[in-house]
Design a protein around this ligand. Structure first.
Ligand code: ZN
Length: 417
């Protein structure tokens, strides 16, 4: 009698635990890919490309860490053109705003500028050697050069409504070159799914359930539902798109580079953790579980970080698919803003500007907070991707840099100490 009671208690407890967890459909999606010889072959080829780039990037980062001030350590911002699709909705400005809200959440989470990352200060004592990671990336709703049959004009946001997209499939070649986010029923109880390693050149999609898209009060039929109402399902799924596995992919007791999630700074775990555990209260594979990581299954309010190792893996994957994104779908200003970087910042009046992929003659103008120009220069970027600026005896404070290229102008702030 007693053993039956214990069994019943265990059953109830395990069901409660299960109901507290999010459910991600990545594994089912991968099962579908691996069941198709054509898709499986494509997946394996893409992963082989990734592995080569991953090793190259790790070697490069180790070299940079020994000489952190080298100019090559400047990375221009990664720009991701995004299209959002609502296949089952009428055109709605509310849903357009909800899409932008969701993109803002992605930008915060992927740049580690989310306010709740401050919790890591206290939590980190349970995870020696683990640092937060970020990608220096901007997800941007595309506005230019939309696909011919999309019905969208230049200047309109790449947000579609109704059946123009996909007809229920997981990819649409019409929208190749975008990060396609599809908000629809993702399957029974599933909050979202993405392939492990997405291919934007195929118009592949990340699918998010109606109740897990964005945050706030939502729109009719698209109301974010607690505890998955802070937009973190998409943070998690895009992690998969950039080739991150779950942190609970298995114990990696002998080789962290080839077992588990294959990332050495994420503590190994073999089962998902749901709910909102206190840091240090969950132990799996003999170590504290990183339950606040976006790639576990905890509540939106209780996940707030990627690790540095995850960021490196995502960057390596991005590098293998970067050329597939159509940056001409973004405005010139957005493109320009992402295509130069300033380092170091703050600085002492001497700094370097690095450009990437600019073709127009470009001018730089540095001015102080009163608008007084303290430096200007014109040059042909094609031959001068690095510009060193030395301000003469600058007073410390906030300065601004205007970068003009063609008809575009972008302003960035620098601090001189
Ligand atoms: Zn997942």
């Amino acid at each position: 009698m007693k053993s039956k009671f214990i069994l019943l208690t265990v059953l109830i407890a395990s069901q409660l635990t299960f109901s507290q967890q999010r459910t991600c459909g990545m594994q089912q999606k991968m099962d579908r890919i691996m069941a198709s010889p054509v898709l499986k072959q494509k997946y394996l080829e893409q992963q082989a490309k990734f592995e080569t780039e991953y090793q190259r990037l790790i070697t490069e980062q180790e070299a940079f860490s020994k000489n952190a001030t080298t100019v090559n350590n400047i990375n221009a911002t990664i720009l991701i053109p995004v299209a959002v699709h609502f296949p089952d909705a009428e055109p709605s400005s509310c849903l357009q705003n909800l899409a932008q809200t969701q993109i803002n959440i992605l930008n915060a989470d992927y740049n580690a500028t989310n306010s709740d990352i401050s919790q890591w200060t206290a939590a980190s004592s349970f995870f020696p050697g683990v640092n937060t990671g970020n990608l220096n990336i901007q997800f941007v709703l595309a506005t230019q050069n939309h696909p011919a049959n999309s019905g969208l004009s230049n200047g309109e946001l790449a947000v579609t409504f109704g059946t123009n997209f996909l007809n229920g499939d997981d990819f649409d070649p019409t929208w190749s070159g975008y990060m396609n986010l599809v908000c629809r029923d993702a399957g029974s109880g599933i909050l979202g799914y993405s392939p492990l390693g997405g291919v934007p050149g195929d118009g592949e999609t990340v699918v998010i359930a109606l109740s897990a898209f964005g945050s706030g009060s939502g729109c009719s039929g698209y109301v974010p539902g607690a505890p998955y109402n802070l937009g973190r399902t998409l943070t998690h799924e895009i992690g998969h798109f950039f080739n991150l596995n779950h942190t609970f992919a298995g114990c990696s007791n002998t080789n962290c580079a080839t077992q588990g999630d294959r990332i050495c700074d994420t503590p190994p775990s073999n089962t998902a953790t749901g709910g909102c555990p206190t840091p240090g209260s969950t132990v799996k594979c003999g170590v504290n579980t990183l339950t606040m990581n976006y790639m576990d299954y905890t509540n939106d309010a209780c996940m707030y970080m990627f690790t540095a190792g995850q960021a490196t893996r995502m960057l390596a994957y991005y590098n293998t698919i970067a050329s597939q994104f159509l940056t001409n779908t973004l405005s010139n200003n957005e493109y320009l803003a992402a295509n130069f970087a300033i380092a170091p910042n703050p600085n002492n009046g001497s700094f370097t500007i690095q450009f990437k992929d600019l073709t127009n003659t470009t001018s730089i103008e540095v001015f102080d907070i009163t608008g007084r120009v303290v430096y200007e220069n014109n040059f042909n970027v094609a031959s001068e991707n690095y510009q060193t600026v030395n301000l003469q005896n600058p007073t410390s404070g906030v300065y601004f840099i205007n970068v003009k290229s063609g008809s575009s102008i972008v302003t960035k702030k620098i601090i001189i100490e």
